[in-house]
Design a protein around this ligand. Structure first.
Ligand code: ADP
Ligand code: ZN
Ligand code: MG
Length: 482
């Protein structure tokens, strides 16, 4: 591809996020939704489509859909129906997926995505959120193919955005925020690498200033933030290139090739009427009474956006720091558990973001496995705040605590890192120094201010490096003043 002139064009992007729901059993039967397992272990006559087997809707699925709708400011439909989406594929034994077409369970809504546009969040509006069952999986080996129906009938939520996104980076930020919300409300585990959250990206470009959208292509099944960003950026360039060379973008479905980092056409676009949607006769309409919605609203957890705002307002953190600490519920719970008794929230925030997250990344383990208990980290930081240990001593102790799992107090004592703040001990050390270094004392008093550092160094040395530097400074100033 030649160098692409991005200036003349604007990209328009809308996303469809699919996520498996955190239910124990499938959408219409009692089979387990657990990931993995022996092929076809988690199946029954319903999810393998035996003749005469009838679906029964899992109540938990509705609760999750309502939580998602509330979190994304949607209108939760009091009445919706399920439809059959028909197509033929060996991993779809019924020959149709039970989905929702004309009447999704949630309509409209939006989420605000943190962005670096003058600190203003990017508001991405939603078209709808609907429920759908997953299909099975085909496995191709040599000259034969196998079908695993463990995933068949696992509940999915499909979240469709309006085309409010303008770049690959914005799209990745949107997926990241939606994933965080879905994890906060216990809708999804968000494990993109396992495919439990995937995303289809619809991309078009138009000359800047033009109102009408261009023809879009859809990139299917992206399962990481990085792929979302890269695939979209590639696709924007590809479409501009076609238009600039006098061609026309054709509406089609693409796949992202993460190795070659290009999108490849998979099939020409299918249209809604190809699926012959019609109401599912085996299920009654889905009625969601308003008092159920209100009851669920009353039990909603704090959402990432509210938590970020609280961290900025109450703890004086920057939006960036608040973003890092709230990205995962586990991290923010850890951070908050370090706080009791601490005056400076910022120190704890920095400590969690640097020391704690570093060992998590380095170890490749979870926060709970890799890091000392949050209470102990809080205790360590309190000792710094109360001048009982230096910041360096805290770092040394922390490293030891990671290995030993011992308490902050025991570790500091064991390593002999407690800082001496006892004025008597420090004063007598200083007196000794001033008595031997009489010449330097005179020079200092005659105006050689720089010698102050020398005295601090000597006093610290005499105290074996463990004296509280503030006490040394204060006492030296007093004594040198004569
Ligand atoms: P389709 O009928 O092709 O499935 P929809 O209107 O249902 O298209 O939209 C699917 C997704 O594509 C939505 O997220 C929507 O925001 C997005 N979308 C629609 N038109 C465009 C466009 N011209 N460019 C980019 N995205 C678009
Ligand atoms: Zn089943
Ligand atoms: Mg569509």
């Amino acid at each position: 591809m030649a160098t692409i002139n991005r200036e003349k064009y604007e990209a328009v992007i809308g996303l469809e996020i699919h996520t498996h729901l955190l239910t124990k059993s499938k959408m219409f039967c009692g089979c387990s939704t657990e990931f993995g397992g022996e092929p076809n272990d988690h199946t029954c006559p319903i999810c393998t489509a035996m003749p005469g087997a009838l679906p029964v809707l899992n109540q938990h699925v509705i609760e999750i859909a309502v939580r998602a709708g509330i979190a994304a400011h949607c209108e939760v439909a009091p009445y919706s129906i399920f439809d059959r989406k028909s197509y033929f594929y060996p991993d779809l034994p019924k020959g149709y997926q039970i989905s929702q077409y004309e009447t999704p369970v949630c309509k409209g809504g939006y989420i605000d995505v943190p962005s670096d546009k003058n600190g203003e969040p990017l508001r991405v509006r939603l078209v709808r959120i609907h429920l759908e069952e997953d299909a099975g999986k085909n496995i191709h080996e040599g000259n034969h193919s196998l079908v695993d129906l463990n995933r068949s009938g696992v509940p999915l939520l499909e979240i469709v955005s309006e085309p409010d996104i303008r770049s690959g980076a914005e799209a990745a930020a949107y997926v990241q925020e939606m994933r965080a919300i879905l994890r906060y409300i216990d809708a999804s585990d968000g494990r993109m690498e396992e495919g439990s959250l995937r995303c289809d990206c619809n991309v078009s470009v138009r000359p800047r200033g033009q109102k009408e959208f261009g023809v879009k292509t859809e990139i299917k099944n992206l399962n990481s933030f990085r792929f979302v960003e890269k695939a979209i950026e590639y696709e924007i360039d590809r479409q501009i290139d076609i238009i600039e060379s006098g061609g026309k973008v054709t509406q089609e479905t693409h796949l992202w090739d993460p190795v070659r980092e290009v999108t490849r056409p998979m099939r020409s676009k299918e249209y809604a009427n190809d699926y012959r949607y019609f109401p599912e006769p085996d299920l009654p309409p889905l009625i969601v009474p308003p008092d159920l919605v209100e009851a669920i609203r009353g039990e909603m957890p704090e959402l990432p956006a509210d938590r970020r705002a609280r961290y900025v307002k109450d703890f004086g953190l920057t939006p960036y720091e608040a973003g890092v600490l709230t990205a995962e519920r586990e991290i923010s719970a850890y951070f908050e558990a370090t706080l009791p008794g601490l005056k400076n929230r910022k120190t704890a925030a920095n400590w969690v973001m640097t020391e704690v997250l570093r060992i998590v990344h380095e170890s490749g383990k979870s926060l709970a496995e890799a890091a000392p208990a949050a209470i102990e980290v809080g205790a360590l930081l309190r000792m710094v705040e109360e001048s009982k240990i230096s910041l360096n001593a805290a770092k040394t102790s922390f490293a030891a605590m990671v290995k030993s799992g011992k308490s902050a107090e025991a570790t500091v004592a064991e390593l002999g890192l407690a800082q001496v703040s006892d004025e008597g001990a420090i004063a007598s050390a200083i007196d000794k120094i001033l008595a031997t270094e009489t010449e330097k004392v005179n020079e200092y008093r005659a105006g050689r201010d720089k010698l102050f550092g020398f005295f601090v160094g000597q006093a610290m040395k005499a105290m074996g490096g463990k004296a509280n530097p503030k006490v040394i400074n204060d006492l030296l100033r007093k004594k040198l003043a004569g």
